[in-house]
Write a protein of this length. Structure first.
Length: 277
């Protein structure tokens, strides 16, 4: 029964899919992260079904196809990971210290404002004022627009030929993200990511995430050796970047950084598939 409850918690937390109620107790939370890639399987299945229907039955133009492929994950997840992507810090901004990073990130769920605060050249007090602003900031909007434009452009190039292999990346990205959650140091002592870390059976969850990653990697390579290799190379490279970046600038990972990694990983893997020819 606890397995079913853990599955419900994972899907309910990381998607908008209606699920029955499950108690968030210690036993159910221990293995909830193991089922995070299931959301990726659902997204991949929906992407393939919609993509096949649009291309084969409706004979849609590439633009409509690519827009649909871009929006389906957002509709299924409710944009929870895009929220983290908007919170990504442009880390080349001058006069930024690790203490400033933590001060600005603490105590706020307005993650789109984090981009504005971290991209600002203002002093700490002004950055904190920016965080209190309930409006979505300019840097968050610019970043999300660039993300969506890149996603639409890449999907338009992928088309029907590589549709199946592209639909497999969503489980892999979540396996790697889940692996990071139970492997990386948390930057804060509170927050949703820390809750999952503290409640998880880390060693067993880590093994399960590795199995998910190996399984999805095998499927990618089986479907298309060239495109699968390119996608995996991009995904692993971005995972290494995520590890180094989070340690250097934050002292660990956060829920927002986990969302940023997942979106960047998927975008990079799609780009790898596109470039594989």
């Amino acid at each position: 029964m606890w397995i079913f409850n853990s599955l419900i918690i994972a899907i309910a937390m990381y998607s908008k899919i209606p699920m029955p109620q499950a108690e968030w107790n210690e036993k159910n939370m221990r293995y909830a992260m193991c089922f995070f890639p299931v959301v990726g399987v659902v997204i991949g299945a929906a992407e393939f079904a919609a993509g096949y229907a649009l291309l084969h039955w409706l004979h849609c133009k590439p633009l409509l196809f690519s827009v649909a492929m871009t929006l389906i994950p957002v509709l299924i997840t409710g944009g929870i990971h895009l929220d983290g992507f908007a919170a990504h810090v442009i880390h080349h901004t001058p006069r930024r210290t690790d203490d400033n990073l933590h001060t600005i990130l603490e105590g706020t769920d307005l993650t789109s404002d984090t981009v504005d605060a971290m991209s600002s050249y203002a002093e700490r007090e002004r950055r904190l004022e920016i965080l209190k602003d309930p409006h979505t900031g300019a840097f968050a909007i610019i970043g999300l627009c660039c993300y969506f434009l890149a996603n639409v452009g890449i999907w338009s190039e992928i088309g029907e030929k590589k549709l199946l292999v592209a639909c497999c990346i969503f489980a892999f990205s979540r396996a790697m993200s889940g692996l990071a959650v139970v492997s990386f140091k948390a930057a804060k002592n509170s927050g949703l990511l820390r809750t999952f870390q503290d409640g998880a059976a880390k060693r067993r969850v880590r093994v399960v995430m590795m199995l998910w990653a190996v399984l999805t990697a095998f499927i990618l390579l089986k479907i298309s050796p060239a495109a699968g290799t390119a996608a995996l190379a991009m995904g692993i490279a971005i995972y290494v970047y995520y590890y180094l970046f989070s340690r250097k600038y934050f002292g660990g990972t956060t829920g927002d950084l986990a969302g940023y990694f997942l979106q960047l990983c998927e975008l990079g893997m799609l780009a790898g598939i596109m470039l594989a020819g």
